[in-house]
Design a protein around this ligand. Structure first.
Ligand code: MN
Length: 265
């Protein structure tokens, strides 16, 4: 349903002015986590000024029920929140900073209208880019968690264009209610289960490296931030963000001529 041809292969990797590229994922933004939202706004307004482009590798939002929430006529704090974040993202384009957005497993309904209003280009998952001499495969990461059979079944369904149309044809109010329920459920479960079932499998990682002829990978989703040394290369995992808890966490990856570096907020 979403046009994956809207990205620009040249600008996604070129960084002609040699400014660094920043990578983030799994902010899980909603109006329920104001400190995390404030950190996001600080990142966009201040931190990102140094970047040539910002790559969001999925799950920027905790849930996205459809681009029609951006209609000014939709009332309520969730709609206002969606519009506020979208407007904030657009300030990057106004400052000449590229913005590339990949779908996550929660916000895979981000559509053309969102991309236009945010000044973003949609990236397919996976996406290969070459920057500063490094060929890198980018992915959200949920597609690598192949030990979780139940989830992979859901993923196949959720990313099916017909299923998406069916969901989007529901009244906005119904979709908002579904979104609210899914959000509460996921927040309860957050970080609760770090078992191997919810991590990537060696087999899927290997296939992504080899299939894309690269030895550098960046993904999010698993909430296990680190540079994991795999047989085929370096697998950089982005941290999720949560600053509304006792031990706040978050961060981003920075790529320049020196290579990749994990940065705190
Ligand atoms: Mn995810």
């Amino acid at each position: 349903m979403v046009d994956t041809k809207t990205f620009d292969r040249k600008t996604a990797g070129a960084a002609p002015d040699a400014r660094p590229l920043f990578f983030i994922a799994d902010l899980h933004l909603s109006e329920a986590i104001p400190k995390t939202v404030a950190a996001f706004e600080q990142f966009i307004d201040v931190t990102a000024n140094e970047a040539g482009a910002v790559f969001i590798l999925g799950d920027l939002f905790e849930f996205w029920i459809g681009d029609d929430i951006l209609d000014a006529s939709v009332a309520g704090e969730r709609a206002e929140f969606a519009r506020r974040v979208t407007r904030r993202l657009h300030t990057l384009a106004e400052r000449g900073i590229g913005l590339y957005v990949m779908h996550g497993n929660r916000d895979f309904l981000l559509g053309r209208r969102f991309m236009r209003e945010a000044g973003a280009k949609l990236l397919p998952d996976p996406f290969v880019t070459t920057a500063f001499g490094t060929r890198i495969v980018l992915a959200h990461g949920d597609g690598l968690c192949t030990a979780d059979r139940g989830y992979q079944y859901f993923r196949g369904f959720a990313r099916n264009a017909f299923a998406q149309q069916l969901f989007l044809s529901l009244p906005l109010k119904t979709r908002l209610n579904i979104g609210q329920k899914m959000r509460m459920k996921s927040r309860d479960a957050r970080g609760a289960d770090m078992s191997a079932k919810y991590d990537v499998t060696k087999r899927a990682v290997s296939a992504l490296f080899i299939g894309n002829r690269t030895n550098t990978m960046i993904h999010g989703h698993t909430h296990r931030p680190a540079m994991h040394r795999e047989v085929e290369g370096a697998r950089w995992v982005l941290p999720d963000w949560d600053l509304d808890i006792e031990a706040p966490r978050g961060g981003y990856l920075r790529l320049d001529a020196e290579g990749l570096e994990a940065m705190p907020l």
